[in-house]
Design a protein around this ligand. Structure first.
Ligand SMILES: [Zn+2]
Length: 486
């Protein structure tokens, strides 16, 4: 969870005045476009500050420069070298990359550890450049407008209506979820072309597609982090489909003149933040610690904890019991009034309630009942806790029939909420990427264990290093691993 700046909304007000027939520079075909190049650029320029503000720019100028240099080299080899290209690493743990019309390309810090060399990074950037040069987003505006849906839809962003997503993710979702299979294949092909024309081996595109496909397969165990494949639908044969383009590129440019630059790439991403950052809260064991909001709390052991921008949600391993933590927006009145108003507005009916103290903090603890889709009649024990002039709500909920059994655990969890001192807060460090050379008899599990308990799953470690989880690591290989923040 994180502190929101302001309720920002992305408003696409680009004027769609005249339709024009233009030649698609990437495909060479004539197509109707309602958007001129100036309008594409205006749209990108307008949305860029929102994305930067909402997702945050990853604070590593050298890394930014490195990614930007690679992106610029690829963009110059494209059919639209003169767009105002801009490449930004955003501060998100999700594995993702996306583009805005006009040449604004973003990759998350979260995708970097999953790329194995510079050629794969060039593959991702080249693919996104391809969406821009082939005007896939611009075309979408055209077809949506043509279908009568209208751009107005894209300006309706109500942050509170979508608690699980940040605004930028919504924007990206709305803009990019709809890339069709043909657009994806075309972007893959263009990525291959730009990479090989700029000196990287085009098989980097296949490598990154293979890794992202493995990640998608394992996503049952990666807790639904929004990933690149959710915005880039991947037919199973995409890796194979791009093979022809790769082989063709290799006939015109000999493989020996193309680079992967693995060592340079590994050096650049050594130390990059992995997973949640302290400013949004991190899990250590089963304790959740938040640097900026200065608190800690412990979830029951073995619960599955999911930290999103708006809230932290945890679920019991084998039953429909949930814990939920979030901030109350603009609390007004006494604590009791705040608690009752916020629960009532969420549809809960109060059964009991009283003032209480949670580790010295003022609190109002009540029981409520309501109905939740999929669960039926539900009871909840909710504590509204005042800390640092904010009101947190920490609630345990379960089907009414199970509530008696769950209540003690909810109460214990509420009582674990405690403020952190400035020194404690400053000491929360993010997990980071580190480099490691495989020793004889190492397994993915043994390497994962070195990182610290539960920091990374063995299968994730394998996928991150361009391996299928069933393939063992090779002694002597240089790997990316994840080490616990200290
Ligand atoms: Zn794509």
């Amino acid at each position: 969870m994180r502190v929101r700046n302001t309720a920002a909304s992305i408003v696409f007000v680009s004027a769609l005045t005249a339709a024009a027939c233009a030649t698609n520079p990437a495909t060479g075909k004539k197509q109707i476009s309602l958007m001129s190049e100036e309008q594409e650029i205006a749209l990108g320029r307008q949305s860029d500050p929102e994305i930067r503000r909402e997702m945050g720019v990853y604070d590593d100028p050298q890394l930014q420069q490195y990614v930007s240099a690679i992106g610029m080299k690829l963009a110059r080899a494209s059919e639209r070298p003169n767009l105002p290209w801009q490449f930004t690493v955003v501060d998100s743990p999700a594995v993702n990359a996306f583009a805005l019309p006009g040449g604004y390309i973003y990759i998350t810090r979260g995708i970097l550890p999953f790329l194995d060399d510079e050629a794969q990074l060039a593959g991702v950037l080249g693919h996104e450049i391809g969406h821009v040069t082939a005007r896939h987003a611009a075309q979408q505006y055209t077809s949506q407008t043509g279908a009568g849906i209208g751009l107005a839809l894209l300006s309706i962003f109500v942050p509170e209506a979508r608690p699980y997503q940040g605004i930028a993710e919504q924007a990206a979702g709305l803009l990019f979820l709809k890339y069709g299979r043909d657009d994806e294949l075309q972007a893959d092909g263009l990525g291959v072309r730009y990479a090989s024309h700029s000196g990287w081996t085009p098989s980097g595109v296949q490598g990154m597609l293979t890794t992202l496909t493995r990640l998608d397969k394992a996503s049952g165990s990666t807790k639904g982090v929004p990933n690149w494949l959710s915005t880039h639908p991947a037919p199973a044969d995409r890796v194979q489909k791009v093979d022809a383009a790769v082989r063709e590129a290799l006939t015109t440019t000999p493989a020996s003149s193309l680079a992967t630059n693995r060592d340079a790439f590994l050096q650049r991403i050594d130390g990059v933040t992995y997973g949640d950052s302290p400013s949004e809260g991190v899990m250590r064991g089963h304790t959740f610690l938040h640097r900026d909001l200065r608190f800690a709390m412990s979830f029951p052991e073995n619960w599955d904890v999911h930290n999103t921008k708006a809230q932290v949600v945890a679920k019991a391993p084998d039953s429909e019991e949930y814990l939920l933590l979030q901030l109350v927006e603009q609390p007004q009145g006494s604590l009791q009034q705040v608690a009752q108003a916020s629960m009532a507005s969420a549809g809960w009916q109060q059964l009991s309630g009283q003032r209480a103290s949670v580790n010295g903090l003022d609190a109002y603890v009540g029981t409520y009942q309501g109905t939740v889709q999929g669960l039926g009649s539900v009871a909840t024990l909710a504590a509204h806790i005042v800390h640092d002039r904010r009101v947190f709500v920490l609630a345990g909920l379960s089907p009414t029939s199970m509530f008696r059994r769950a209540e003690d655990e909810f109460e214990r969890t509420i009582q674990s909420f405690r403020p952190l001192s400035a020194a404690e807060a400053e000491n929360i460090r993010p997990n980071r990427v580190d480099l490691y050379t495989v020793r004889p008899n190492d397994t993915w599990a043994s390497i994962a264990e070195r990182a610290g308990d539960g920091t990374i799953k063995p299968a994730t470690l394998a996928i991150m290093n361009d391996h299928d989880p069933n393939e063992p690591p090779r002694p002597g290989d240089r790997l990316k691993i994840v080490v616990e923040g200290r």
